[in-house]
Design a protein around this ligand. Structure first.
Ligand code: SF4
Ligand code: SF3
Length: 503
């Protein structure tokens, strides 16, 4: 195997024997074959459905599908000889770097397209770009001149898909509003639901209604508490646990089943394997997978059988806090835009930091906790995605009547942050780069890659990226990113804050 698509890749270079994520050599080969088959389809102009295309690509994201049978089925459905991805690896290092960047961007876009498609949205234009991007990866003679514009276009297309998804979510589940979410688990039967698929949560809430089974979010499902159509269910109680990389510890002795929607699933330990269920694109051998009929009865039965805790049980976030807040999507933040602008003008708010992105297991990720703790007391921390669990239980007080940490949602809601930044720039009659706004982004998997490409497409400069830079970025491509966008790796919170505040 040869995989370097995520931040935890072995030795900071590539996984070649077994994935640090737990992906086997065989699974990696099947994921390459699936990608290769989709490249062939795109190069030959063969018509496959947008669902098949986005689902196939989504299945190759990190921590999504470890189930070889499911991957074989997806390959058989495409039914084309696969383009050999080794040709990408053997190319000139800059071509390899750009083709990898394009492929990972395409995978991230496909994930968002899939979520929008599930909510009945038309993503045909998005998928047309996915086909164009995949076809380009198979072009034998393309160099930097041809590939670089496509990489930048991926950022533009990702912005479109995020906008489509934002509209799909808010039109289906309402405009998110601020919500306080407890980490206490009430006694009695319950289900934990993880991942990004809001539709699965909604269906689970409907199917558990009146059954004496409570529902708790986990990981990226936390922002669901902000949506009116979810909050109306009184048995949606709170949030269990923290970010994805702690699941093997947090699920070890929980007396309840966990339903994984896509993504991030880790190989389950034997101690809790019988309690894990999967649905949507996520999969792992031998786990019960709930198919397209979305009949969650086996999960509900398991919850009733396990019975939950005997007493109410208190849990805390990684900093000891017992309550989280979410629901500060663009609708809420922009409804107080006048107040924010006034607070910046009169000096109450000195700066906005967008600190967020994907979390991961590396110890260096404490950087993001320390950064937020050390940020000036009159600054506002906008956050999104699972990286927020590093600090979302901290009580940093308020500024200008608003909590200092504003959780804008999942990584799927990056559009919210962009919308707020653009609106502030308009209000101040300046460019986004001239705002008192700094972006400190953590990355892990391929959706973060597509979001990063969107930020670059918008011309956003001075992004600080960590905890490490992607292994697939060649020196020449890195040089381009530094010269054009002044992108920089994280160093220490102290040094990076100093640099930002002196700018
Ligand atoms: Fe390694 Fe990441 Fe690929 Fe898994 S997804 S095999 S950890 S690079
Ligand atoms: Fe996290 Fe997987 Fe990316 Fe949606 S849950 S941000 S890593």
């Amino acid at each position: 195997m040869y995989c370097q698509q995520c931040e935890q890749t072995a030795g900071g270079k590539a996984c070649t024997k077994i994935g640090v994520c737990g992906k086997t050599d065989e699974t990696a080969r099947l994921q390459d074959e699936l990608t290769g088959a989709l490249i062939t389809v795109s190069r030959k102009g063969i018509d496959i459905s947008d669902k098949q295309l986005s689902e196939g690509l989504f299945a190759t994201l990190t921590n999504v599908n470890f189930d070889n049978t499911a991957l074989e089925r997806l390959i058989a459905q495409v039914g084309q000889p696969y383009y050999d991805l080794n040709k990408v690896c053997d190319a000139d290092e800059n071509v390899k770097s750009l083709k990898t960047l394009l492929l990972l961007g395409v995978r991230g876009i496909a994930a968002y397209a899939y979520h929008a498609l599930v909510l009945g949205r038309d993503v045909s234009e998005i998928c047309a770009f996915l086909r164009k991007g995949l076809a380009a990866i198979g072009e034998p003679d393309w160099g930097m001149d041809e590939l670089l514009p496509l990489v930048m276009e991926a950022g533009k297309v990702n912005l479109s898909v995020l906008e489509i998804l934002d509209r799909a979510n808010t039109e289906t589940y309402g405009i998110p509003a601020p919500a306080k979410v407890t980490m206490e688990v009430e006694k009695g039967a319950f289900i934990v639901i993880s991942g990004h698929d809001l539709r699965d949560l909604k269906l689970l809430l409907e199917q558990t209604d009146g059954k004496g089974v409570n529902v708790y979010t986990h990981g990226e499902m936390l922002p669901a508490h902000g949506y009116p159509e979810m909050r109306k269910y009184s048995h949606l109680k709170g949030n269990f646990g923290t970010a994805w990389q702690n699941q093997q510890r947090e699920f070890a002795d929980v007396p309840a089943p966990v339903l994984f929607t896509t993504n991030c699933l880790m190989p389950p330990k034997d101690s809790y394997k019988d309690r894990i269920f999967t649905t949507a694109v996520v999969g792992y051998p031998e786990l019960t997978h709930i198919g397209e009929d979305k009949d969650f009865s086996p999960v509900i039965e398991k919850a009733l059988e396990l019975g939950g805790y005997h007493e109410n049980s208190k849990f805390t976030g990684i900093n000891g806090g017992a309550e989280l807040t979410t629901g500060f999507a663009h609708g809420t933040v922009l409804s107080v835009a006048d107040k924010l602008i006034e607070a910046v003008k009169n000096g109450q708010i000195s700066r906005f930091f967008l600190v967020g992105g994907c979390d991961g297991a590396r110890p260096g990720r404490n950087y993001f906790t320390d950064f937020v703790k050390q940020a000036p007391k009159d600054s506002v921390i906008l956050t999104l995605a699972c990286g927020k669990y590093r600090f979302n239980d901290l009580d940093l007080g308020t500024v200008a009547g608003l909590p200092r940490i504003l959780d804008m949602g999942q990584c799927n809601d990056a559009y919210s942050a962009i919308k707020v930044a653009v609106a502030l720039a308009e209000a101040f009659n300046c460019g986004v780069n001239d705002l008192p706004l700094s972006l400190v982004i953590s990355w892990y998997e391929q959706k973060a890659v597509s979001i990063l490409l969107t930020l670059l497409h918008l011309g956003i400069k001075n992004i600080i990226l960590g905890p490490t830079l992607p292994a697939f970025v060649s020196p020449a491509v890195l040089n381009f990113l530094v010269e054009k966008f002044n992108i920089a790796p994280t160093t220490t919170p102290e040094a990076d804050l100093k640099k930002i505040l002196e700018r």
